[in-house]
Design a protein around this ligand. Structure first.
Ligand code: C2O
Length: 567
């Protein structure tokens, strides 16, 4: 079937944290935005009407976009920004994908409020979930909230070089919970309520839509069985805490088996790995689980007792690397007949050392923002990725427009990275737009080595267009022989975003069978604009035909997007 939506990106006013109402940019006046709920194999058509004052694009995080790479959405990678007053239509298939994904703005910090869930359920009853069917599903979209215009915040950060301040609150389905004590009696109106029936099983679809913060997720007195991550089924994994980094999703079953007369806090607390520590909001978002018929059995007509506070479980410490690593490295893929698993022979191998350093702003480097003053920069193999200013990468590629990117992304850092020695040349980078060409169907292995040049943190590395297998992850330097001994080549978890351990490494493997122009980048929104990214391209003759509605050439002209077309 074809499932069609119209997304109006516009400004609306919302009241949060007991503050006066403020205007934010969101889709269809909702925070989070509308859910795209489809069956596997459905085609999704979304008309995005930009009624906001900002340029925007929408990315369908985790959707492969096979043959529809023009619908992937990252601004200046696959398309021009959608200008205010314009419409752009995305059309793509969900064939071969099941589970929880999401959509978000892929231009500036708008992702903070322009986001929503994508849920793909199995196509029909004859192919149900590969786990006991839940009684009910619940989407829990975790986010960050600023009492501010996020586009202005990002612009200020860009101009001053001072990073955007930590979020003012974390949220669950747009609501911060009762941590902010408003005067008056409506404290709980800012709290999301999950209503449950005793002994029913709930499929929680947990999405980390936060801009810069990984989270610990707990429900007091309840445990989970994880059944999927990043829309890939996992071996059932029992835990009482879920760890989810920006970009990632976790599907978990939760049985409502606690005492029905009580209420229970859902807590979302930050996981912060950086060393030296970076500022973060030391607070917890809350929602509440409430049992139907809680407080009395049928026929009991005595008045309800005064409400007690919900039961609360202790949250992990903000630097609890052990808990995070245990969860993230213990997941394995659910092996299913007929489903491909990890290929054993590698054709292309890259060693990508990445992290935060300083952009070398010597005079004469035209791409530098501020002469002489080195600015914080993200880089991969010492190249700090800069989005093109005028022509999207994919357009430049398919139309053979030169001067937009170069093809010399190196397969290894210029000097080997070593935690035991000073960073040397790796600390300084230059701005460039480098891409790596992949051979169609090659099996690609990438060692992702966190460098910790300026700060040590667990960067969530996201690859567009593919899922990859996470073969192993660990701390310190990746050692060739030793690292390979730890590879899981039987049932490695499949992901589209891997939280590379802080001060450590992860090894990923994927089959390059999806031609396009893709980026791999850190899913901390603060790190993409400063260059923690790289491009991946395929040969031109493997690209799909450019859809006729798509603009050709530069984005700088007034008519850079043609918005009207019909199917
Ligand atoms: Cu969800 Cu390029 O991102």
């Amino acid at each position: 079937a074809v499932v069609e939506h119209t997304f109006s990106v516009g400004n609306f006013s919302i009241r949060q944290l007991c503050k006066p109402p403020m205007v934010i940019t969101a889709v269809n006046n909702q925070l989070p935005g509308p859910t795209i709920y489809v069956h596997e194999g459905d085609t999704v058509v979304v008309h995005v009407d930009n009624n906001s004052p900002y340029n925007v694009t929408v990315h369908w995080h985790g959707i492969f976009q096979r043959g529809t790479q023009w619908a992937d959405g990252p601004e200046m990678v696959t398309q021009c920004p959608i200008r205010p007053g314009r419409r752009y239509t995305y059309r793509f298939s969900t064939a071969g994908q099941e589970g929880t994904l999401w959509w978000h703005a892929h231009s500036s910090l708008l992702r903070a409020t322009v986001h929503g869930a994508v849920v793909i359920v199995p196509s029909s009853g004859d192919r149900p979930f590969p786990f006991p069917s839940p009684d009910k599903e619940e989407i829990l979209l975790l986010g960050e909230w600023w009492n501010d215009d996020v586009v202005r915040l990002e612009r200020d950060a860009f101009l001053t070089g001072v990073p955007v301040r930590p979020a003012d609150a974390y949220t669950i389905n747009g609501k911060p919970g009762d941590v902010f004590k408003c005067s008056g009696s409506n404290r709980e109106s800012e709290m999301y309520k999950l209503k449950v029936q005793a002994n029913s099983t709930y499929l929680l679809r947990i999405i980390n839509a936060a801009v810069n913060t990984p989270f610990f997720f707990k429900v007091a007195a309840h445990t989970f069985t994880v059944v999927a991550a990043d829309a890939s089924y996992t071996t059932p994994y029992k835990t009482d805490v879920i760890v989810v980094s920006p970009g990632q999703t976790v599907d978990a079953l939760m049985v409502a088996a606690a005492t029905p007369s009580r209420r229970y806090y859902v807590t979302v607390s930050p996981y912060q790995t950086s060393f030296p520590p970076q500022p973060f909001r030391d607070t917890v978002a809350t929602a509440v689980v409430e049992y139907a018929d809680g407080g009395g059995s049928a026929g009991n007509t005595s008045p309800a007792p005064p409400r007690r506070r919900p039961v609360r479980a202790p949250t992990p410490k903000v630097h609890d690397v052990g808990t995070a690593h245990r969860f993230l490295s213990n997941l394995t893929a659910l092996l299913r007949p007929g489903q491909p698993t990890v290929p054993l022979a590698v054709d292309t191998r890259m060693f990508v050392a990445f992290g935060l350093g300083l952009a070398d702003c010597r005079p004469g480097q035209t791409k530098c923002r501020r002469s002489h003053a080195p600015a914080l920069a993200g880089s991969m193999n010492n190249a700090s990725f800069e989005l093109p200013a005028a022509v999207p990468l994919l357009t430049a590629h398919s139309e053979n427009i030169s001067g937009v990117y170069t093809r010399d992304f190196p397969d290894a850092p210029p000097v080997p990275f070593d935690f035991a020695r000073p960073p040397g040349r790796l600390a300084f980078t230059s701005k460039s737009t480098k891409v790596r060409t992949l051979r169609y169907n090659a099996t690609v292995e990438v060692v992702l080595q966190n460098t910790a040049l300026v700060a040590r943190e667990s960067h969530p590395i996201h690859l567009h267009g593919f899922n990859f297998f996470v073969l192993a992850q660990g701390f310190g330097n990746f050692e060739e022989g030793e690292g390979a001994k730890q590879y899981n080549l039987v049932n490695p978890q499949e992901r589209n975003t891997v939280a590379v351990p802080a001060g450590g490494w992860a090894v990923i493997r994927f089959v390059a069978n999806n031609p396009g122009m893709w980026i791999m980048h850190c899913h901390f929104d603060a790190h993409l604009p400063i260059g923690l990214a790289m491009g991946l391209r395929f040969r031109t003759d493997q690209l799909q035909i450019v859809p006729c509605h798509h603009h050709q050439g530069t984005c700088l002209t007034a008519d850079s997007l043609i918005e009207i077309f019909s199917f």
